[in-house]
Ligand binder design. Structure first.
Ligand SMILES: [Zn+2]
Ligand SMILES: [Zn+2]
Length: 52
């Protein structure tokens, strides 16, 4: 089964039921983490691909 994965921004697990955001590169993070991150950077925190 899907045990969830870690959010590379806050390094904690993304549980089912958490609000999550999926970037165009298909990496997933908590929605709240991505929103905070995108204020500072326009690149995926995991693979650094640019988000337009
Ligand atoms: Zn997070
Ligand atoms: Zn990525």
């Amino acid at each position: 089964e899907n045990e969830g994965e870690d959010c590379s921004i806050c390094l904690s697990t993304i549980f089912q039921g958490n609000l999550m955001a999926i970037l165009p590169c298909s990496h997933r993070f908590h929605e709240q983490c991505v929103l905070r991150w995108l204020n500072q950077s326009r690149a995926c925190p995991y693979c650094r691909s640019r988000i337009s």
